[in-house]
Design a protein around this ligand. Structure first.
Ligand SMILES: NC(=O)c1ccc[n+]([C@@H]2O[C@H](COP(=O)([O-])OP(=O)(O)OC[C@H]3O[C@@H](n4cnc5c(N)ncnc54)[C@H](O)[C@@H]3O)[C@@H](O)[C@H]2O)c1
Length: 437
């Protein structure tokens, strides 16, 4: 039996095999034989092209499909891969990628509203998945993707590449060593200068864009030019604001350093539009505080503070995006793209490091897990937990009130209006709507 047909057999009979058999099955396929891994990139737009450029230059993967609903972007991506010696098939419907058994892993760099629906379809089709952050458009579908990844025993890496960056790993090791004592509070900040997207009327979509496929499982609506590309993230139906864009990187690092692996129980937030007079729906100014109750004893609680302004022509505390970890014996300042610095009592300077997010290392870690087994650095559960903070912070800002969250059931308690926003409204009957939402 070939590796691929063996995998199909195992997938079909997953209910009858042991977890250990499934764990080794995750490694089967062309990758195990030392051949390049057949991969697809779905959504080769802004970030997607960063992936294409890196992947096209690798010898251990072969881009066999490119998929985009914008024919101009698809053609530009194909041209790049062809110039690098490849000959990818180009399609606009991702189902063609999922239906092809020879594709072993997919990169998903679409807008956020497609992340979990596409990734769930991919793992169900037996593919390993690298999915951009935030892993979900809403909490419920992030949970469904996490469960689907486990059920189908697929590697799912989330695009928070700081998790694979050497300087971040060193900073986290310092925190774990206890050098700055118990880290009771962490801060994450996102300081950016974004653009005004204006006020627009609906119009016909450009001929190069299949807008209906772009909308996918989101509710149907008419096209307007300030929805895409890239600026969809300012709209409730498609994105998660800048908190889910650049902010989620910093929130993820803050959670990592704080050592919290479950959702918080309380979320207080304020935020709205202080600066942009345009169609953006998410706040441009935002403060969120998350608390973990611990076991109720002094010292077991943890707090995470997130702060964001997207109209800043300067960086904050020396870093465009960063973190502060406040320990009982010292403090560690961390910049996503700038390094870190430890301070002891009376601000005595300690270890310093430099570095920046390492996308090639993150790709390598994903591929190593496909070939060798194990969970990737930004495993889907980690991505789901960080995205949960993003969604809760945004919901608390929309509601302008404190939320009480039950980490076990992943539901908001005692607030029916807020509780509804843990899920979304989907387009009825669309093929990409995940089961169980
Ligand atoms: N990890 C990082 O540092 C980082 C940085 C920037 C963006 N991102 C993430 O990358 C993703 C894309 O962001 P962007 O700014 O490049 O957006 P973008 O709008 O420029 O690109 C998205 C691409 O997906 C395509 N697309 C949309 N629906 C599709 C579908 N159903 N099938 C195939 N293609 C589809 C679009 O046509 C477009 O080319 C986002 O999730 C964003 O959060 C990550």
């Amino acid at each position: 039996m070939s590796d691929l047909s063996r995998r199909s057999f195992l997938n079909a009979s997953a209910g009858f095999v042991t977890a250990a058999t499934l764990a080794s099955a995750a490694k089967l396929g062309a990758a195990a034989q030392g051949d390049p891994l057949n991969i697809a990139v779905i959504g080769p737009g802004g970030m997607g092209m960063n992936h294409v450029r890196l992947l096209a230059a690798r010898k251990d993967v072969k881009i066999t499909y490119l998929c985009d609903v914008d024919s101009n972007r698809l053609a530009a991506a194909a041209q790049h891969v062809e110039q690098s010696g490849g000959s990818p098939k180009t399609v606009k419907d991702m189902r063609q990628v999922f239906d092809d058994k020879s594709v072993e892993a997919v990169w998903i760099a679409t807008p956020d509203h497609w992340h979990s629906p596409a990734a769930i379809l991919a793992v169900e089709a037996g593919k390993h998945v690298y999915v951009e952050k935030p892993v979900s458009h809403n909490i419920r579908e992030g949970r469904l993707l996490t469960d689907a990844a486990r059920k189908h025993n697929r590697v799912v890496q989330v695009g928070t590449q700081t998790r694979s960056s050497a300087h971040a790993r060193r900073a986290m090791a310092i925190l774990k060593s206890g050098e700055i004592g118990d880290v009771l509070v962490a801060k994450a900040w996102n300081s950016q200068l974004r653009s005004n997207i204006g006020h627009q009327q609906t119009s016909d979509p450009p001929a190069n864009l299949d807008f209906d496929l772009w909308l996918g499982p989101a509710p149907e609506r008419k096209y307007q030019s300030n929805l895409l590309h890239s600026i969809w993230r300012w709209w409730y139906d498609f994105g998660a604001g800048d908190m889910g864009n650049d902010g989620v990187h910093d929130i993820d690092v803050a959670r990592w350093g704080l050592g919290v692996t479950t959702p918080p129980s309380t979320v207080a937030a304020l935020g709205s539009k202080f600066f942009f007079d345009d169609d953006q729906q998410f706040p441009d100014t935002q403060y969120c505080v998350f608390e973990w109750a611990g076991d109720g004893k002094v010292g077991s609680q943890r707090q995470l503070i997130f702060e964001q302004r997207i109209w800043s022509p300067y960086v904050q505390e020396g870093y465009e995006n960063g973190n502060a970890f406040y320990g009982t014996k010292g403090m560690l300042l961390f910049g996503k793209g700038g390094g870190f610095q430890v301070f002891g009592p009376k601000n005595k300077p300690g270890e310093k490091g430099t570095g920046s997010p390492d996308l090639p290392a993150h790709h390598q870690n994903f591929l190593d897990c496909i070939r060798g087994g194990g969970r990737p650095n930004a495993d889907v559960e980690i991505g789901h937990q960080s995205a949960t903070l993003v969604h809760l912070g945004n919901i608390a800002c929309r509601m302008q009130r404190t939320l009480h969250y039950d980490p076990a059931s992943e539901t908001i308690q005692g607030d029916a209006e807020a509780a509804k926003l843990v899920r979304r409204t989907y387009r009825e009957g669309h093929w990409a709507v995940p089961k169980g939402v």
